[in-house]
Ligand binder design. Structure first.
Ligand code: ZN
Length: 674
């Protein structure tokens, strides 16, 4: 399958929590830079960078350039108009001298949101946000900017007004392409045609794709060709000597590859092999080359510097097949490594103690590598809004035969916690005892929950003999939700296991697990509803999976979890941690069986019933409570800036790290506009 662990999942949880103990160093250090609508702009620090060798830092610099070079691919993947919108608004932003104050302010707001969400679509709600200007006001601003030298995305012979008219529906009309990813379809539209995500041409539907075998399932656009038949446009550079034509994104990928090639001489052997494999995949676009890259990347477990630069997660595609481009550069954070190693080295014990049928347990859990990393940069599908834990590769065959790498993004987690407001936690806890438990345990249990989700969650379980291979082929559009639920349930199940005390991971399992369960249900049953301000259905996989777990337990096990209303405010109360844990085990057994047996109908029934629909009155209540609290809904990150240090011949021999003052400073530099 190709899913994995976007901890978008847990960003919501973190938004509501704060580390109970704060490191003493540099109290003046600034994490929260500003608020833009519902987004907190947060600065990430990379303290360990200085401990790398000059050669490793120079390697980071090249990989960083490669991560910057691919950003435009993701903008175009999220919506076809993305690159033009970005160009237009960055040009307005940087040529705003003679634009009126009100229009200027709105252009700044909208441009920042474009950067944060890499499109006009919100990262978690998947809904479009609009420009709050009249078309005539935008045209006036564009005219003024053009006179100051702005390069607008005008087509051949097009006037400024013509451009505003052409882009108008995307900018001003909330009903024009309202969702980036609409997994349920609505208004009689096929899910592909109802989504703005740019993977399928006009006329391509799920039904038509059923009779079409894609050669480049992860990395192509599918369109209706001139003869009316479906054709694939693979994303690749091309290899003329092998008769492989250039494909979509050839220019962008060539720029990425130029930086990856420059990194090769500085990379340790294992990293070099992975980079060479990735370069080959970018050239040919072939599945076997992508598999070779996955295998080489998984095999590289010891190099301090690592990168993911590829087409990876499939959440943006309503069909769950096409890989969104992402770039990450990181180095190992030794501070958190111990906890992850402890969990990973006991992986077989955990597998043996899963609450599901023995036939679905792995007799040999292969190669789970867990590391704690500090990121230097994340782009595309991973930035500025980032996961906090990652488990790759997604290819089920590679995972089973070569293992997977699991990382938790330590400096991102820290920045998120240090910038968060404690007020939301107090609002949604039932009483002072629950609040005290949250304050005492939440930072620790949350970290542990993420670690177990990534390290033993996704890695666990096996397919039944009749349903070998990639389970996504059976579970289809519900697969990501099901798999995220499964991994969360594994983590919740073991959170209450005395084994964690024995391993030295928790000092008091019974109180800590109660605090963890309370946090999980507050978020998955109540707080996350603010991410769906409109409609009556959840779309995003992680939102669905968490609500599924909470509402299934509430419905099936009233002795474990109950919803209570007090003075007009709704709460979820975990009545008994042991019963709650038992309920998690029962649901995990069911979810595992659905996955292992490829039971599409079972997945659909479970997810549609508990994970998708919600009570809009409850959502309105949550939104109103949050409005009173005025806390951001999600965080977007500003990453460090790297500057090359060159020798007399111009070779990059080291890199210096500094911290940009603002989101716009970083984004405009990456776009080459500053
Ligand atoms: Zn996951």
């Amino acid at each position: 399958m190709k899913h994995r662990a976007l901890a978008l999942a847990l960003v919501g949880v973190l938004g509501a929590c704060q580390a109970t103990s704060q490191p003493a160093r540099e109290p003046e250090r600034k994490f929260l830079l500003e608020r833009v609508d519902d987004v907190a702009i947060v600065r990430v620090y990379a303290d360990g960078f200085e401990r790398l060798t000059p050669r490793e830092r120079a390697l980071c610099w090249h990989l960083y350039q490669a991560a910057v070079a691919g950003r435009s691919i993701y903008f175009r993947q999220r919506c076809a108009e993305g690159p033009e919108l970005l160009q237009l608004f960055e040009e307005l932003y940087t040529h705003s001298g003679s634009i009126g104050a009100r229009a200027q302010e709105e252009i700044r707001r909208y441009t920042k949101l474009l950067w944060v969400h890499s499109s006009p679509y919100h990262n978690t709600t998947a809904r479009k946000f609009c420009l709050r200007l009249k078309p005539s006001e935008l045209a006036d601003a564009a005219d003024a900017a053009r006179l100051s030298g702005a390069k607008l995305p005008l087509r051949e012979g097009e006037s400024v007004r013509g451009m505003v008219e052409r882009l108008g529906p995307m900018l001003f009309d909330p009903d024009h392409k309202p969702m980036v990813t609409a997994k349920s379809g609505s208004g009689g539209l096929d899910i592909l045609q109802g989504s703005a995500a740019n993977f399928y041409g006009p006329g391509v539907s799920v039904r038509r794709l059923e009779d079409f075998e894609e050669q480049y399932s992860l990395n192509s656009n599918v369109e209706v060709g001139p003869d009316g038949k479906l054709v694939e446009r693979p994303w690749r550079i091309g290899v003329p000597t092998e008769g492989i034509e250039p494909g979509m994104y050839a220019d962008e990928l060539a720029k990425v590859v130029a930086h990856l090639e420059a990194a090769l001489p500085l990379a340790p052997e294992a990293t070099r092999r992975a980079l060479e494999a990735q370069i080959r995949f970018y050239r040919t676009g072939k599945r076997e080359d992508r598999v070779a890259y996955d295998i080489a990347w998984v095999a590289d477990t010891t190099s301090p510097v690592d990168t993911v630069n590829s087409f990876v997660e499939v959440y943006v595609d309503p069909r769950g097949r096409k890989g969104a481009w992402q770039g990450i550069v990181s180095y190992e954070d030794p501070r958190k490594a111990e906890q992850l190693r402890t969990i990973a080295s006991n992986a077989q014990w955990f597998e043996d103690h899963m609450p599901y049928a023995a036939e679905f347990k792995k007799p040999d859990v292969v190669g789970i590598t867990a590391r704690s990393i500090d990121v230097v940069i994340e782009t595309g599908d991973c930035g500025p809004v980032t996961p906090i834990g990652i488990n790759l590769p997604n290819d089920a065959w590679v995972r089973e035969n070569h293992g997977s790498k699991s990382v938790s993004l330590a400096n991102v987690i820290e920045a998120q916690e240090r910038s968060a407001s404690p007020s939301a936690r107090a609002e949604f806890t039932w009483d002072s005892a629950e609040l005290a438990r949250a304050e005492r345990w939440q930072a620790l249990t949350h970290e542990l929950l993420v670690a177990m989700h990534e390290v033993i969650g996704h890695a666990s379980g096996r397919q039944s003999p009749e349903r070998q291979g990639d389970p996504a082929q059976w579970i289809r559009e519900h697969y990501s939700t099901l798999e995220e639920a499964r991994s969360d349930l594994v983590a919740l199940w073991f959170m209450g296991d005395p084994k964690l005390q024995e391993l030295g991971l928790l000092s008091d399992v019974s109180e800590a697990s109660l605090a963890c369960y309370e946090q999980f249900v507050r978020n998955g049953g109540l707080q996350q509803l603010r991410r769906a301000p409109e409609g009556e259905r959840l779309e995003e996989d992680h939102l669905r999976n968490r609500q599924l777990i909470v509402r299934w337990i509430e419905h099936r096990h009233p002795e474990a979890l109950r919803q209570v209303v007090r003075e007009g405010r709704t709460f979820l109360r975990v009545l008994d941690a042991r019963s709650f844990r038992a309920a998690c085990g029962e649901l995990l057994a069911l979810v595992q069986q659905i996955k292992s047996t490829g039971d599409y109908d079972g997945a659909k029934e479970l997810i549609e019933r508990y994970g998708v629909a919600f009570d809009p009155r409850l959502r309105d209540e949550i939104v109103a409570r949050y409005a009173r609290l005025d806390v951001p809904a999600l965080s977007a990150f500003v990453f460090p800036r790297l500057e090359a240090v060159r020798d007399a011949q111009g070779n990059v021999v080291d890199a210096k790290l500094s911290y940009p003052t603002s989101l716009e400073a970083q984004m405009l530099e990456w776009s080459g506009r500053r």
